[in-house]
Design a protein around this ligand. Structure first.
Ligand code: NAD
Length: 429
């Protein structure tokens, strides 16, 4: 699904890290410790399929750093999942939890599979199998998983159940993103997308723009994108284009409506994987264009909310001249080459591990509530989330302004400094 066969997200994460390590003059031992994961697990998950045959899937869990608290990060189900993708995402989780200043580290997991082709029973067996292979190395005080690309609250509940069966007690703090009523937090569903827009709102203030006067184009139409669109629209903004992956055609499509998309109407014709039905969309008056045309739209704001490596050397020049702000809802959507171009065009960038930190922040709230066994009202969750996201954004934009550095570098400086100090204070390096 990435556009370059040679693209390696872990090399990209390390390149970003190396640049900032030099900028802050990080000592060699801390640099060595933080540019690689602390621990990584790769394992086989045999699943008895509905046909009666057994299929063996490959699962991963990477724990990048637990210097600031238990590792934290999602589990992705994806046919192109790789250990290097999981390594990169685990590293980015360490920076994300640090930049929002929550007492957690960074981890990530994945399984190479395509849930489109798995029955519900097979997916349950895969979830339980993943937990069986790693149950001793994860847990509420070690490493806390969560949903991510193509995994849901239901998957989390199956995983929790397996973990509790293995350990013989209730551990609601083992996993987050659980269904509400089964230990989940109100607001978790909305948290990542809303968090993106809390930071967009603050950036627009700094750019002296009113949301009502702005338009946006969004890549992706899954959990993050849909909730980002909801809040952006509530603030008065107009989304003129969304895009999604078409499983049948194995390509992406952009859905354009210049007077603004109707979110609920599009959600009604979207499958559970965030794929929009293109013939129904055409019937509803959307212009349906194949390929990555979402990035060529003449809008003020781009919201890449799908996958990594979507703005790269081959397409960054196609970003329309009107674009003033890019908020990265997805993890790693921009390669270092594209970053250079965005920086030199003076587009305000809200980096991924700041923009999409709402999910993990709310996961942290879920853990706190699960541990207390007392659950907050949705407004309370979202107010706390807004405060945390706004504060993280402001500390990054203040530093970027004061030191005249790119926002991504400013975010890295804050995050790497916090993780490095925790490791040094513990006496690790
Ligand atoms: P999702 O599976 O719900 O949705 C992904 C969307 O992207 C779908 O609409 C899919 O059709 C679309 N897509 C995939 N490939 C595409 C392509 N090439 N072009 C256009 N659209 C494409 O996933 P999600 O939970 O919304 O996550 C999206 C991104 O946000 C990922 O990078 C994920 O790691 C990141 N993220 C998610 C969360 C969370 O809480 N869900 C938190 C932080 C970061």
């Amino acid at each position: 699904m990435t556009t370059h066969q040679s693209f390696n997200p872990f090399h990209m994460a390390q390149t970003q890290f190396d640049g900032v390590a030099e900028l802050i003059d990080l000592d060699d031992s801390t640099k060595q410790l933080l540019r690689e994961p602390l621990r990584e697990y790769s394992f086989a998950i045999p699943v008895r399929m509905d046909s009666g045959s057994t299929q063996v899937f490959r699962g991963f869990r990477v724990q990048h750093s637990d210097a600031r608290g238990p590792c934290k990060g999602g589990i992705r189900f994806h046919p192109q999942e790789s250990l290097d993708t999981v390594r990169a995402l685990a590293m980015w989780m360490s920076w994300k939890t640090a930049v929002v200043d929550i007492p957690l580290g960074g981890g990530k997991g994945g399984v190479i599979c395509d849930p489109h082709n798995l029955s519900s029973r097979e997916q349950e067996q895969l979830c339980r199998g993943w937990v069986r292979q790693i149950a001793k190395n994860v847990g509420p005080t070690i490493d806390v998983p969560a949903p991510d690309v193509m995994t849901s609250a239901q998957h989390m509940l199956w995983m929790l159940d397996e973990f509790e069966v293995i350990h013989g007690a209730k551990y609601p703090g083992f996993i987050t993103g659980k269904p509400v009523g089964m230990g989940g937090s109100l607001g978790r569903k909305e948290a990542t997308g809303y968090g993106v827009i809390f930071t967009v709102r603050e950036a627009l203030r700094q750019l002296d723009l009113r949301a009502e006067d702005t338009t946006a184009s969004v890549q992706g139409f899954g959990n993050v994108a849909q909730h980002a669109i909801r809040l952006f629209t509530q603030l008065g903004g107009t989304v003129v284009c969304v895009s999604s992956w078409d499983q049948q055609d194995q390509t992406s499509y952009a859905f354009v409506k210049t007077d603004g998309i109707d979110l609920d109407q599009l959600v009604a014709i979207t499958n559970s994987f965030g794929g929009i039905d293109k013939s129904k969309a055409a019937d509803l008056g959307y212009k349906v264009l194949s390929g990555d045309l979402w990035l060529e739209q003449e809008v003020d704001i781009l919201l890449p909310c799908a996958l990594e490596n979507q703005l790269n050397a081959t397409n960054v020049d196609r970003i329309a001249s009107r674009v003033k702000l890019i908020a990265e809802g997805a993890n790693g959507p921009t390669t270092p080459e594209a970053d250079q171009a965005i920086k030199s065009r003076n587009i305000f960038l809200i980096p991924d591990f700041v923009a999409n930190a709402g999910g993990v922040t709310c996961s942290y709230f879920e853990q706190v509530q699960s541990n207390m066994n007392y659950f907050w009202e949705k407004d309370e969750v979202l107010d706390k989330l807004d405060a945390a996201m706004t504060s993280a954004f402001l500390s990054v934009s203040d530093l970027a302004r004061k030191q005249e550095i790119y926002t991504r570098d400013a975010a890295y400086v804050i995050a790497i400094d916090r993780v490095a100090r925790a490791a040094q204070d513990r006496g690790w390096c």
